[in-house]
Ligand binder design. Structure first.
Ligand SMILES: *[C@@H]1O[C@H](CO)[C@@H](O)[C@H](O)[C@H]1NC(C)=O
Length: 283
């Protein structure tokens, strides 16, 4: 019935576990530094010990290579169920995936995830900065990339996102960096072309070209960093197994600019996140 493709993301030659995570103290409504200290007052979890993002160093004093099973994906090469909407959620631009009765949603398993647990895609979103040398949330070997995408998956053991937030193994998030290049990355066009129509908070637009997750991913997924952390925005739940790929997806300057043009918005509360602005949503 459903054409599920099992894709071996890659043979894990070397997987790096981050042992010396440096927690970065969290924030509240806006993303300006002074706003961030307020987060803890309103969202107690943001003051926790396993807060994301972190600064990742590949040096062997900070990361240890460990043999792990390969991280496997299901449905990453299939088009996501349509209709697919891109929405300005205030803190970022996101694509929510809605259940489709006849289609399985993309899933991941293996790697550093709990054995025998499958994690189903919930949504994806982007973080970026006003300047190109900041934007990503995670920092890799001292480098902050211009943009970072999070593909958020829910452990299928939990029936919905909010109950998953209450469990250490509730969520698995793939973190993908974007690196600037001259030429457009045609694979990103379905998303980039829709961005001009979601300049304002809560604006939503239907993607008019099909989209498969694989087209947003970099080549070379056999090496990744993994650690136990949290949502990077309130409520900051420490429920996330992070899987961060060091090889970035290419994006052109003009494609990235389309994203940065998204306007500052008024303070509002989306499902889980309080936000004030979108122009700079890096933490
Ligand atoms: C989520 O799941 C929990 C536990 O199954 C349930 O109690 C709760 O009502 C659900 N919440 C939503 C928003 O569906």
């Amino acid at each position: 019935m459903f054409n599920v493709r099992l894709t071996r993301m890659a043979r894990v030659i070397e997987t790096l576990i981050l042992i010396a995570a440096i927690p970065i103290v969290a924030g509240h409504f806006g993303y300006r530094r002074r706003d961030q200290y307020v987060w803890q007052r309103n969202f107690k979890l943001c003051g926790g010990k396993l807060q994301s993002p972190v600064s990742i160093s590949s040096s062997t004093s900070k990361s240890i290579p460990v043999p792990l099973p390969a991280l496997e994906t299901i449905g990453y090469h299939d088009f996501l169920p349509t209709p697919l909407y891109l929405r300005n959620g205030g803190h970022s631009v996101l694509i929510n995936i809605h259940d489709h009765p006849r289609r399985r949603l993309p899933c991941i398993f293996g790697g550093s995830l709990d054995p025998n647990h499958e994690y189903e895609m919930d949504h994806l979103h982007f973080h970026w900065g006003a300047k190109n040398d900041r934007g990503s949330e995670h920092v890799l070997n001292g480098v902050r990339y211009p943009m970072e995408m999070h593909i958020v998956h829910r452990n299928k053991v939990y029936s919905n996102f909010s109950s998953a937030l209450d469990h250490k193994n509730g969520l698995a998030v793939l973190g993908i960096f974007f690196q600037l290049q001259e030429e457009d990355n045609e694979l990103l066009n379905p998303v980039v072309k829709a961005l001009k129509d979601v300049q304002l908070l809560n604006e939503q637009v239907k993607l008019n070209a099909p989209l498969a997750l694989a087209s947003l991913l970099p080549n070379g997924l056999d090496v990744f960093y993994t650690y136990k952390g949290s949502l990077t925005t309130p409520p900051c739940s420490e429920a996330v197994t992070w899987i961060i790929f060091p090889s970035p997806t290419p994006i052109s300057f003009s494609q990235k600019t389309a994203k940065s043009r998204t306007q500052e918005s008024v303070c509002t509360k989306t499902e889980f996140i309080f936000v004030c602005r979108i122009q700079r949503n890096d933490r």
